[in-house]
Design a protein around this ligand. Structure first.
Ligand code: ADP
Ligand code: MG
Length: 304
């Protein structure tokens, strides 16, 4: 992240495009947010467009229009009427022209999305910065980004530390869990999401429970992240919690926590405690505005 910030700060007057790529769960959104928090105050016009994959996957057309409106309203502070993607593209091109903007497009999946949301450099004024994150490095080559950054696997020490924070609420494991922790960490392949989910799952577990997780991990091929995450879902103590998890996966991502709790309570699911447990297990997050969020890999695992 430091390198990217320095790169941006050393840019002179041109439009600067940065690409961040890496596999799901490797920290792209986290990195983009950290950069955004560091530098957004230096820009008059900013927009952080999170989770484009999710916004566009059910209804591409409406998704893109919604995002075009979001960018225009973030940047111009006005509500724009957009009836078609083409119209939105035109509007963005004319209304953003000459403005010094800072826009983050998080988790882009296709060149179509890029075309509709950031067209080309000529759209933006001098000194603008655009950050695009994606799993597909090819898109960043097409965009001809000025700086490409890959979210690398975490090294063993950092992995162990992140895992320990979730499992023991401390920077390193206690002595009697040191070997077990190292073994579990090795199966996470330096992927922050896996470290977080398995770490949270093992919070306050007994040694036999650790051994059981290890024997499950042993049977999962390295690249099958879903299956590793599923250990945590399978380990939910009762069906009510599993139902809550699945209901949220399918229907309630992005919805208000209190609203969802009320609905699920109405179905007899004891949602207050259920949702708290899912949060404790890192299967679910609550954003600042009380909206429920779930990592797309966890969601896909649930929907499978
Ligand atoms: N450097 C990091 N330190 C601690 N936690 C991290 C780090 N990078 C990512 N994470 C955690 O891992 C999870 C997945 O990261 P995320 O940025 O959402 O990945 P991506 O956007 O690449 O799918 C998040 O819950 C995040 O909090
Ligand atoms: Mg992401």
């Amino acid at each position: 992240m430091q390198k990217v910030v320095e790169f941006i700060e050393n840019q002179s007057s041109n439009v600067c495009m940065i690409g961040i790529w890496g596999m799901g769960g490797s920290g792209k959104t986290t990195t983009a947010k950290a950069i955004y928090n560091r530098i957004h105050r230096k820009f008059g016009h900013v927009s952080f467009v999170e989770n484009i994959r999710e916004a566009c996957e059910n209804d591409y057309y409406r998704g893109i229009i919604h995002l075009q409106k979001k960018i225009l309203s973030d940047v111009l502070k006005t509500k724009e009427k957009i009836d078609s993607i083409g119209l939105g593209t035109n509007k963005m091109e004319t209304r953003l022209r000459g403005k010094r903007v800072f826009i983050v497009l998080d988790d882009v999946t296709s060149s179509q999305e890029l075309k509709a949301l950031c067209g080309n450099r000529a759209w933006f004024g001098k000194g603008s910065v655009l950050i695009v994150t994606t799993r597909d490095v090819h898109l960043l080559h097409l965009l001809e980004v000025d700086h490409l950054c890959k979210t690398e696997e975490m090294n063993i020490d950092d992995s162990l530390e992140l895992f320990s924070w979730h499992t023991f609420r401390e920077a390193s494991p206690p002595k009697d869990f040191s070997q077990l922790s190292k073994k579990v960490v090795a199966y996470c392949g330096g992927l922050p999401l896996a470290l977080e989910v398995l770490g949270s799952y093992l919070y306050r577990r007994t040694k036999p429970e650790w051994e059981s997780v290890l024997s499950k991990l042993k049977r999962i091929p390295n690249d099958q992240v879903h299956q590793k995450l599923r250990i945590s879902y399978n380990g939910l103590e009762d069906d009510l919690k599993k139902d809550i998890f699945l209901d949220i996966c399918f229907f309630f991502i992005g919805k208000d926590r209190a609203y969802v709790t009320e609905i699920l309570n109405g179905c007899g699911l004891y949602a207050d405690i259920g949702i708290s447990v899912l949060i404790e297990r890192s299967l679910l997050k609550v954003e600042k505005n009380n909206k429920l969020q779930m990592h797309d890999l966890i969601r896909d695992m649930g929907r499978e």
